[in-house]
Design a protein around this ligand. Structure first.
Ligand code: PAN
Ligand code: ZN
Length: 185
């Protein structure tokens, strides 16, 4: 028997094939994520912020497996803050991950457990190693869709609660037309 593998379109990051799942995140689902609550409140709740395609050949939590995915972040702003992913630590803090940019312009924002935040520029072809114990999120700083591939361990898990509760120590905001990491008060 020959298994048909899934495929990546490297020009868009789009995944196709049996077993590819997809989740969408709209503005309305991202309550509490963005700094400017007033700006968020008057925007269209149905507006897509990002979607994630995933290929999970083993069950969540299996030790020794790997997952594969593509994230597509729409261009946009809430106030002066770029559209971005929720961001998370891995539940197992010693699990790391790779991101590879396929399209658009953006930033990978990383925060270590000492709450030191930094970012790496994402451009087509850029390869990003996310070290263990780092919260990670991606912001689209461009005017087209930002897409990136990801590969992470199947037992990593996603801890969104820590990020929702305490946030990152800095946010990527548009200052005089350019992205700037602004420390939270
Ligand atoms: C990625 C992310 C994806 C969406 O696949 O899950 O970019 O971001 P959030 O999960 O923060 O909503 C990844 O880092 N997996 O571990
Ligand atoms: Zn992750």
């Amino acid at each position: 028997m020959i298994n048909e593998p899934i495929r990546v379109d490297f020009s868009t990051g789009e995944l196709a094939g049996e077993g590819v799942e997809e989740v969408c995140r709209t503005l309305g689902q991202l309550e509490g994520l963005f700094r400017d609550k007033e700006a968020w409140g008057v925007m269209n709740a149905a507006q897509l912020v990002y979607r994630v395609q995933m290929f999970r050949p083993v069950a969540e939590g299996v030790v020794g497996g790997l997952f594969w995915g593509t994230t597509f972040v729409e261009p946009g702003l809430v106030g002066d803050e770029y559209f971005m992913t929720k961001g998370h630590f891995h539940v197992l803090r010693n699990r790391s991950e790779y991101y590879v940019t396929t399209g658009g312009e953006g930033a990978l924002i990383l925060m270590d457990e000492g709450r030191r935040t930094r970012f790496e520029l994402m451009r087509p072809g850029s390869v990003h190693y996310i070290p263990s114990s780092h919260a990670h999120r991606v912001a689209n700083t461009g005017s087209s869709v930002l897409s990136f591939l990801a590969c992470w361990p199947s037992d990593a898990g996603h801890d969104y609660e820590s990020v929702l509760e305490h946030g990152f120590s800095a946010r990527l905001r548009r200052v005089d037309g350019s992205p700037f990491l602004v420390e939270e008060p």
